[in-house]
Design a protein around this ligand. Structure first.
Ligand code: NAI
Length: 415
């Protein structure tokens, strides 16, 4: 992602340390990021960290969970690094993460999933998993359009559907709740475009559209069709789609279609294909090497992100970013929660936050510093110097506290 930041020597990055284990992982991660920047660029490039509040810290200090100043600081700098936030419990509270994503229209949730050698994994060959997930972040059942079972509006809606739209498949109309699933051409195509642009910029081989269009033909089937249309219309010289392949079978036969696919691969074209979501969840266990960049709808993306993270070592190490590629606004964030069960015990793994910071550095165009942090993490794990979540699964490993793990990375960087 080359961008306006590339030439800037000092970039202000607002950060939210977060709740629970958030402050611990932040205190361990920040010096690592600063050390990598110094090592990579001397003092010609640096981050000026700007603390902003959200979650419990914000509530304690300001009486609101997500102060207006926090949102305006992110809007001003178009960037943030974020630890985990507690979702306030009680009627009427929305997830702070969802609020931030919707307020800034961060439509792409980007989750790279790769294996770090030595990390405990349930797979026999976890190194075959190397994917980048693009999850649509603003539509689908996540739009929050739901009507409760006892809401009079639900009765009106059921009556409208039954009487005016000829819907007769609501199995128990007397006591049903209703949820609505909006999915648009615009929302789907901007997400698929982000995935294709990423794949082209990073020399990836395929973009797979993951959907449940066999059942939800107009919403998820639409996602697939609109994705294919975008690739064919906007990237005719760079992409070859399996929709084209299927049309070629119909018009010119199987052999001609195979030849066109082989030629497209030989020409280095990006192959756009699709798979049904339930099949995909089998495929990623059986043949993860077949998948590369993934573009998917919101709810599928939620399940897929966590399933893939578990395949390569769990949420303690999975990074993420929420990005609007049109405005450039981006929040890089640890993907796990506040882990209240281990907060304050020094057991938290700071890798998810650190690898999210690496995505931020890449976004700034500061690849060298990102690579240094990634290598330092690889080295610590290869030497079995790990935090409690991994040490418990690796006989003979040295169990480091969150701070000690951060220090180990700094020691590696200063060599
Ligand atoms: P969680 O991710 O906080 O914890 C699940 C399990 O993973 C726990 O056993 C925890 O100890 C472990 N874990 C998580 N991060 C770890 C790390 N870095 N190192 C080692 N172990 C780690 O999920 P949970 O318990 O469902 O949620 C707790 C709170 O976090 C809730 O208030 C929830 O709403 C919030 N949450 C916030 C998220 C965010 O801010 N992005 C994401 C998920 C949950």
């Amino acid at each position: 992602m080359s961008n306006q930041f590339q030439e800037q020597g000092i970039v202000t990055v607002p950060y939210i340390a977060g709740d629970g284990i958030g402050p611990e992982i932040w205190q361990a991660a920040r010096p690592v990021i600063d050390a990598a920047l110094t090592k990579a660029y001397g003092h010609t490039k640096a981050i000026e960290w700007l603390e902003i509040l959200a979650g419990e810290a914000a509530y304690t200090q300001t009486g609101t969970w997500l102060p207006e100043e926090t949102i305006s600081a992110i809007k001003t700098h178009n960037l943030a690094l974020k630890g985990p936030l507690t979702t306030p419990i009680g009627e009427g509270f929305r997830s702070l993460n969802v609020t931030l994503r919707q307020t800034l229209d961060l439509y792409a949730c980007v989750r790279p999933v790769r294996y770090f050698s030595g990390v405990p994994s349930p797979l026999k060959e976890p190194e075959k998993t190397d994917m980048v997930i693009f999850r649509e972040n603003t539509e689908d059942v996540y739009a929050g359009i739901e009507f409760a079972v006892d809401d009079p509006q639900t009765k009106s809606l059921v009556a409208l559907l039954t009487d005016q739209f000829n819907v007769h498949t609501i199995r128990f109309p007397e006591d049903t709740a209703i949820g609505i699933k909006p999915m648009s051409i615009s929302g789907s195509q901007r997400l698929v475009k982000a995935a294709i642009d990423y794949a082209l910029a990073h020399g990836r081989q395929t973009v797979t559209l993951v959907h449940k269009g066999n059942i939800m033909k107009f919403t998820e089937g639409g996602f697939k069709n609109w994705g294919y249309q975008l690739a064919e219309t906007d990237y005719p010289d760079q992409c070859f789609t399996m929709a084209q392949f299927r049309r070629l079978i119909q018009s010119n036969g199987e052999i001609a279609a195979q030849e066109a696919l082989t030629q497209a691969k030989a020409d280095g074209k990006l192959i756009i294909n699709d798979v049904i979501a339930d099949n995909f969840l089998q495929q990623i266990l059986l043949y993860p090497e077949k998948y590369d960049v993934i573009a998917t709808c919101n709810l599928n993306g939620d399940y897929i992100s966590d399933a893939l993270a578990a395949q390569v070592g769990g949420i303690g190490i999975a990074p993420g970013a929420n990005i609007n590629y049109q405005t450039g606004a981006a929040i890089f964030e640890a993907t796990h929660g506040t882990a209240p069960d281990i907060a304050g015990s020094g057991k938290a793994n700071p890798c998810s936050l650190l690898l999210s910071a690496c995505m931020l550095l890449e976004y700034l165009g500061w690849q060298e510093a990102a690579d240094m942090i990634t290598s330092a993490i690889e080295s610590a794990i290869a030497d079995q110097q790990v935090t409690a979540d991994f040490a418990g699964l690796l006989p003979g490993a040295t169990c480091l506290s969150t701070q000690e793990f951060g220090q180990r990375l700094i020691d590696t960087l200063s060599r």
